[in-house]
Design a protein around this ligand. Structure first.
Ligand code: HQG
Length: 180
């Protein structure tokens, strides 16, 4: 399969599994799972998916965005949803420092209000600067913020680790943020 084919399928899966399943009349269960056969049927004629294409997208995804259920029948996104799904995330003690990549144009607002989750369920944080920088690049000139996650955890903020190793938290007050 070509890179373009994989990328288009990945973008389509992100869209329907994280944000708008109703656009193709797809049912997700309360934990965000969709039946793979139903997904393939309902994706047509918008995009031609097959089981092997979906498996290739899951296996080649740089960020491991999706997961196939143990029985092989269902798929869901590991994080990044704007729709209400319960991923059954368990809270976990974070590393003492985490990073958030954003665009320079958001900096003033972030330093005034802290990081907020916006459309998504959580603020997304990374363990490394390079990942954070590439996340920030999506919105403009990237800037990496350093988050004092140890102090946040000590003060009662709950952190979660997604299946694809993204750290998630409800919000980050400005006092815990510095420019890396
Ligand atoms: C910014 C991608 C102004 C925030 C990535 C970000 C990630 C504020 C944007 C995942 C703000 C939200 C999530 C405030 C936050 N004022 N701007 N107070 N608080 N922001 O896309 O973290 O490729 O919802 O800095 O890799 O960029 O889709 O979040 O710039 O893991 O799999 O508001 O999405 O993964 O943007 O990205 P997003 P994000 P995928």
């Amino acid at each position: 399969k070509s890179k373009t084919e994989l990328k288009n399928a990945s973008k389509f899966l992100s869209y329907v599994l994280r944000h708008c399943p109703e656009d193709i009349d797809l049912q997700l269960d309360s934990e965000g799972w969709a039946s793979i056969s139903e997904l393939i049927a309902k994706a047509q004629p918008e995009i031609k998916l097959s089981e092997s294409l979906i498996i290739d997208v899951v296996l080649t995804s740089d960020k491991r965005r999706f997961k196939i259920s143990d029985d092989g029948l269902k798929i869901r996104a590991n994080q990044g949803h704007s729709i209400d799904v319960d991923l059954n995330l368990t809270s976990k003690k974070p590393p003492s420092i985490l990073y958030h990549g954003t665009a320079t144009r958001f900096l003033d607002s972030i330093l005034a209000q802290g990081l907020v989750s916006g459309q998504r369920h959580h603020v997304h944080l990374s363990t490394d600067i390079a990942t954070a920088s590439s996340v920030g690049q999506r919105y403009g000139k990237p800037i990496v913020l350093k988050i004092d996650s140890a102090s946040m955890a000590a003060q009662g903020h709950t952190f979660f680790l997604s299946d694809n190793s993204v750290w998630l938290v409800d919000s980050v007050p400005a006092t815990f943020i510095s420019v890396e």
